[in-house]
Structures are given as C-alpha cells and as structure tokens.
Design a protein around this ligand. Structure first.
Ligand code: TRP
Length: 322
C-alpha cells in the first residue's frame, strides 16, 4: 500500500487573490505589490540562489549562529517538541537543525509556494524517516489554524521563523505575526526567530544589490509573473531594480523603477508610469537586539535568550509565551 511520505494540507488560494492584489496595488498613488508574490516557482529558486551569494550574509550567518547555539536551543526546547516553520521555502535550514536538535518529534513546514513546499517537505521526510512531516500550504500573514490532527501527542510546539522574514513586515504587522505565533503554539509554546541587525549602510546595501544581479532578477521576476499569469505587457528592459537603506526608518527599501514614461496593461486595465516612478515590492526592517526584545514583549512573549555572530550582523531570539 502506498504511504505518502508527507501529509499535505492546502489552506491557501493565492491564485484567486493575485489579480486583485496587483490591480489594487498599481492603482495607488504609491504603486506597490505585496512581497509574498515574489515567490512563484522561479522566484523561489532565485531566492535560494540569493541565499548563497557572497554579499547576502543573513543566511549563512544565521546558520552559523544556530549551529553554535544548538545545544542551548535544545535545552530550552526540552523533549518531544513539534517544530512549526513559517515560510519554510526549501527547508535547507531545518535539515541542518534536525540533525542538531534531537528532540524534534514532528515537523510542520508552512509555505505559500505549494510545489516548492511539497518537494522540500518530501526531502526532509526522506532524510528524517523517524520525524512525521505535515506540510501546510498557507499564507501565514493572515490568521490560519493548524489541522486538528496535529494537536495530539505533543507536549509542546515551537514556532520557527528564520531568515529575518519578520523584517519584511511593517512593525505593526510583525507585532500581529508574533501574536499569531503565540496562538499557534498555544500555552507553554516557544518561538525561535531570526532577526537581521542594524549595521553599516554599505554592508546592508550590498546584500540587496549583488554583483551578479540575482537580486535584480528576483525582483523583476515579479513582472514576468504578472505578464504570464495575468496577461500583462510589462517589458523588463524598461524597468530597473532599486534597493537602498533608509537609515531613519531602519529598513532596506526595494522597488521596481520605471526607466521611461510608459503605459502598461494588466488584465485589460491600463496603468501609466512616469520615468523614475517606483513600484514598491518590499521593506526589510533591521532591529537592534533590544528593539526586538521590546517588540516581542509587546506581543506577549518573554525573551529568554538571544545569540549573535562575532561581527554582530544577525541575531537569533528564543521566546516563551508569557
Ligand atoms: N527576507 C529577505 C530579506 O529581507 C528577503 C529578500 C532578500 C528580498 N533579498 C530580497 C526580497 C530582494 C525582495 C528583493 O533579506
């Protein structure tokens, strides 16, 4: 009898909302498109490439911190926990972590990109046959519930939110997400979250403007996706990737900039862009250690521990529901 390696639950309908989100976003005075739409199949692959770029320090720095802190993390987690990863992507980090954290008794990856999620979850299940894997296709920026079958048999749930993805939310949304994670893990649950730190502007800006142009390709792939899925006529040669650090706001700002005055059509609607006009695609907020501890307290968490690297580039925080 065929036993699926991974249980799969689809709670998301991203295709239904993509057109509405793009049309609404392009109709605003400051044009914008939500960053979650960057991660279609090709976008997810490009993002994996970004994570390996020499300029993109967050991924490897976070992994180094997690490896060094693994014994302390395992001690805080305690035995028999179920790990719920939000925005699991390729699940690279978890595959390393599961080797270090022997206490994990269940892995629940949550991601919006369905096929990517399925493949990644199956790879984890193959490498860790003793750990049940339950993949949840969902948009974690809105409320969702874990399927009830997951409620049984675990003493404790720990939410895992690596990659400083929390920085891609506005501070009030980050607060809401931290609260949502508190509800997901329930009473006595914990959270392990990766947060990029404030630092010198050139280091930050290089990470979002790599020499090979992979980040530019990733950002502009959004237009390719709109052309393909919504029947639009964006010409990539007429747009440029733009990313810079806004020191006052403590965030990297990422845009797609129109190189010329032009008219584009999306799903039968016309939109004018003037030369230099920007479509906002993402913010990446950076947090000082104390800024983040303060934010997590406001969301009902007790910050128990935090770790960083020698260069103070990145941080990992361990929180417990207060
Ligand atoms: N979470 C990543 C970050 O803020 C996402 C990211 C990296 C990103 N590079 C990007 C998003 C370029 C859009 C464009 O670091």
């Amino acid at each position: 009898m065929f036993q699926p390696l991974v249980q799969f639950h689809d709670l998301a309908h991203p295709e239904e909302s993509f057109e509405a989100a793009v049309l609404a976003g392009l109709s605003r005075p400051q044009k914008s498109i939500p960053c979650r739409f960057l991660y279609d199949e090709h976008g997810s692959q490009l993002f994996d490439q970004i994570c390996r770029l020499p300029e993109y320090y967050p991924t490897r720095t976070e992994l180094g911190i997690l490896e060094a802190a693994a014994p302390a993390i395992a001690a805080l987690m305690g035995p028999g926990i179920q790990l719920v990863e939000l925005g699991s992507g390729s699940s690279h980090k978890i595959r390393l972590l599961l080797d270090l954290l022997k206490e994990v008794r269940g892995y629940v990856p949550v991601d919006i990109s369905s096929e990517h999620l399925r493949r990644a979850a199956e790879a984890v299940a193959r490498d860790h046959p003793a750990i049940p894997v339950t993949a949840i296709c969902a948009d974690y920026t809105v409320d969702f519930d874990l399927p009830p079958a997951l409620e049984d048999g675990f003493t404790k749930r720990v939410a895992f939110f690596p990659g400083s993805t929390i920085g891609n939310l506005e501070p009030d949304e980050a607060l809401a997400l931290l609260r949502r994670c508190g509800r997901l893990v329930g009473r006595g649950g914990d959270m392990l979250v990766g947060v990029d730190r404030k630092k010198a502007k050139p280091v930050l800006e290089a990470a979002y403007n790599d020499a090979q142009g992979v980040t530019a390709e990733f950002n502009l792939n959004l237009l390719t996706r709109i052309d393909r899925e919504l029947g639009a006529d964006f010409d990539l040669a007429r747009f440029a990737h733009l990313a810079f650090y806004n020191e006052a706001e403590g965030r990297i700002e990422i845009y797609i900039e129109s190189r010329i005055d032009q008219l584009v059509h999306v799903a039968g609607h016309g939109f004018r862009l003037s030369a230099g006009e920007r479509i906002h695609t993402e913010y990446s907020y950076k947090y000082g250690i104390d800024d983040f501890r303060c934010l997590s307290r406001r969301a009902g968490w007790a910050p128990l521990a935090h770790w960083s690297d020698a260069e103070e580039l990145f941080s990992v925080h361990y929180l417990r529901r207060a």
